[in-house]
Design a protein around this ligand. Structure first.
Ligand code: FAD
Length: 370
């Protein structure tokens, strides 16, 4: 057995990379295993850091996690920028939720009251006030709710920065696939690896150490983890200058749609939610739905250049809360199941794995399902 690292992070999406970076920063010996780092859901994600506008009334625990992680983001971003030398396009100008009809307006009123009760800062706006903030909004927008504390980031820049920071810290990134957890009874001793494309009969080599399983929705292939893929199709448009100043969301034809502006003029339009197993095909219907709904919010989007459409698989759990912390098996911790909020929850997840934020740990404990 090859004992090169005392922590092995399996999976190099935003969660695994963040965990490995924060651990390495504390001086812990770490290796990261992924045949194609940053190629999973993190590659598709819009990067909204929006616990307030993502929440529903039944999801107060998720809101608590989201708010705790949002609070950590400014420092996380500053330290990552310093460690990597790369900019993340981190911005904190808030999210504007807009409404068209009487039902939408009533829903925003209810949401505002819920936020007030929790002492969270939101501002109710008229249609005219919304358009003053965002002149490209449709004239039919009748009102809005500004969650001024929400932020956003470019997830592709974040994963590139995390990989650069790991390189600078000397953390090995092993571009192989973990094929199984190596166990002695219940105890996990390490992982068996195989090069990408190797046949199933490949004997593989074993890397020994404490395992942090962060393979997103694929975590279930390696351990008994209740995660399932939830497909999201998402579109990237390009304009010479930014069309919006902040994230804009709304419910159109009964489905939520959002637009996330980047500093370089990219506008991200997302996202579908589909339960189709491990299917990452981009469909004509998905693309149609996104464009149709985005045009209702901001008619000018149809003038923009279509840069990309991709589909990613969110790792969903039965209660929509992530699985972070020690499992029942000694030597195995989990960091998966972040569903719609893995980018937002990355700083908190890394902190939880280091034993910080004890009060929130129980909400994410993997042992709640065993
Ligand atoms: P992933 O990014 O999927 O990474 C898993 C990694 O594991 C991959 O790199 C894969 O190669 C690797 N892997 C798989 N199997 C193995 C193996 N056997 N051995 C080694 N490595 C393996 N979240 C937000 O916070 N804000 C948003 O605005 C947002 N928008 C989204 C929009 C869309 C369309 C989608 C799909 C998701 C969005 N999310 C958003 C959710 C977010 O993307 C996920 O929660 C997050 O990316 C999960 O990160 P992860 O590292 O757990 O998984």
């Amino acid at each position: 057995m090859n004992r090169t690292a005392n922590a092995i992070v399996v999976g190099g999406g935003v969660i695994g990379l963040s965990a490995a970076w924060r651990l390495a920063r504390t001086g812990r010996s770490v290796a990261l295993v992924d045949p194609a780092p940053a190629s999973g859901a993190s590659h598709a994600a819009a990067g909204m850091l929006a616990p307030l506008s993502e929440v529903t009334y039944t999801e107060e625990p998720l809101l608590r996690l989201g708010l705790a992680s949002l609070e950590r983001w400014p420092r996380f971003a500053a330290e990552l920028t310093a460690d990597s030398g790369l900019d993340l396009d981190y911005r904190a100008e808030g999210t504007l939720d807009v409404a068209f009809g009487a039902d939408d307006l009533a829903a925003l009123d209810e949401l505002a009251a819920f936020m007030d009760k929790l002492g969270l800062p939101v501002e109710r706006l008229t249609g005219r006030e919304c358009r003053r903030l965002e002149p490209m909004l449709a004239p039919s927008v009748r009102g809005g709710l500004l969650a001024g504390a929400d932020a956003w980031v470019d997830p592709r820049r974040v994963t590139a920065a995390l990989l650069a920071a790991l390189r600078r810290l000397g953390v090995p990134v092993v571009r192989e696939r973990a094929t199984e957890l190596v166990r002695d009874g219940d105890t996990v001793l390490g992982v068996r690896l195989a090069p990408p494309g190797a046949p199933a009969t490949h004997p593989g080599r074993v890397l020994a150490g404490d395992v942090i399983l962060a393979a997103g929705t694929w975590s279930a292939e390696l351990a008994n983890v209740p995660v399932r893929p939830i497909k999201g199709q998402i579109m990237r448009l390009r304009s010479p200058s930014p069309l919006l100043g902040r994230c804009v969301r709304g419910v159109v034809h009964g489905s939520p749609v959002y637009l996330v502006p980047r500093g370089d003029g990219e506008l991200v339009v997302g996202a579908t939610q589909e339960e189709l197993g491990f299917d990452t095909r981009v469909t004509a219907g998905g693309l149609y739905e996104l464009l149709r709904d985005a045009r209702e919010l901001v008619p000018g989007v149809t003038e923009l250049e279509l840069a990309e459409v991709v589909a990613g698989l969110r790792p969903g759990t039965p209660d929509n809360l992530p699985l972070v912390g020690p499992s029942r098996a000694p030597g195995l911790s989990l960091a998966t199941g972040h569903h719609r909020g893995g980018v937002l929850l990355a700083p908190l997840t890394a902190a939880l794995l280091q034993g910080e934020e004890g009060a929130l740990a129980a909400l994410c404990s993997p042992q709640r399902f065993s």
